[in-house]
Ligand binder design. Sequence first.
Ligand SMILES: [Zn+2]
Length: 232
Amino acid sequence: MAWVRVAHCAIVWTFGWRALYRQVVRSSFATVPFYRERWALHGRTDPVMVAGKGERDGAVPAEELAGRLPDLVPLAGGSATPDPLRGLEIVLHQCARISPDTLIIGAAPEYHPRVVAFESTPDEPRGHVLAVGTPGQLAGVGQDIPRVPLVTFAERGSEGLLVDDLLGVLGGVRDCGNWHVDWPRVYARETPLGLAFTLLLQRSPRLVDIVPAGASGRIARCPQHRTPVIAA
Ligand SMILES: [Zn+2]
């Protein structure tokens, strides 16, 4: 019956996603200095996750992480360097038509075979071409070249991929016109500070419940793809 199927999908995308999030929160509270200190001070307790519990619902404004990156490394060790293009490979393929023959100008997934930098773009590129970059970078690219802008929350319009220096590529606009979250790799939830994001698969630096500047909106479900989207 239709309603059974719909309910089942809702459970899959919220339940498994949230379970993974809780696991990351629990492990971060136990093993990552920044969260141990912060959540202990603010009264968030293991395994946490009661809405309204702890200061600002446990969310961390991204600007408060300035100078604290070494404290986001788990006690067992790991990298303290964020990847501003984390997730690009998957999200770009979801949001744009790309084949191995596509010439990508600008930001490309690590293993894409045909890439050129903005400054060495040929005058008349041949074949299928796609420019991927910030609005500033794309301003210098010929008007007839298809493009995917990399935008921050402040720059968010109706197209492109949503990026953050710390969190990487958080999602993008798919063919349905909605801003899809990089599900299930990125968890997103509403907090009093705005939307908070957690990288579920990145061990280090550990990024949990981080709110980028201007991250407004709410989390809804795309009626077409049935996965989480950021609604206005
Ligand atoms: Zn969709």
